[in-house]
Design a protein around this ligand. Sequence first.
Ligand code: GUN
Length: 283
Amino acid sequence: MAATILYGTEIAKDIREQLASEVEELKRKGIVPGLTVILVGEDPASHSYVRGKARGCEEVGIRSEILLRDASISEEELLQMIEELNENPNVHGILVQLPLPSHISEKAVIGAIRSEKDVDGFHPVNVGNMMIGYDALLPCTAHGVVEMIRKTGTPMEGKHAVVIGRSNIVGKPVSYLLQRENATVTMCHSRTVNLRHYTRQADILIVAAGRAHMIGSEDVKPGAVVIDVGVNRIESGKLVGDVRFDEVKEVASYLTPVPGGVGPMTITMLLKNTIEAAKNLAA
Ligand code: GUN
């Protein structure tokens, strides 16, 4: 049976309507949620992602600004910018688009952001709080993935979730969030031997490896929920996921497309975090 396609664009639309009314309510109290994005260098993919984030802000009424800096900016200058934003009461969320040029330490930059304004959920304080189940600003893609699965109505409790990829941005946090939903989680990565042995056991398969088309129908248990987090540009210039969509849609119960799947949910969770940060900072 063919899978139901999970269009993040549609799922995100409902959530964004709800977020827009939360922003209206905050504005009535004199609070205008504000997000500042720092974008360093000319990477076209980063520029495109950041434009999407700004559009999302506009859609729900969040004030946003993009601070563009040349790739030659020093780490010290960047840390100084962050310090000023940390102190600015009109800025509730600070996001430094990654990757950064190699002369700048991501660790130093992420650690410099005030954790209450860390709307990416990358600061060690937020990561630690998420891991132990305390309140935290959650990493946006991982949170978006779990919300998409929730939307399918598939209970996560007791299910075997297999995550491919152990990045700090997606793989690691999604594994914790799925455990919080009482799933049994297996982590696979580039050094996993006999990957298919694991993926074929997955009731829920999260593919976040960054390798175009690596997962086919033979790798998937019939009826599985398959979430494709990969965004890969192939030679033709086309954007594709880590999953061979046309094959896997014949065996999965639910499947996300690329583009139009997880991406819009990531941005929506960023908007949600910015509103939450604004509420927390005003409290
Ligand atoms: N680069 C790719 N994904 C992300 C993200 O979620 N946040 C930031 N800051 N940079 C990224």
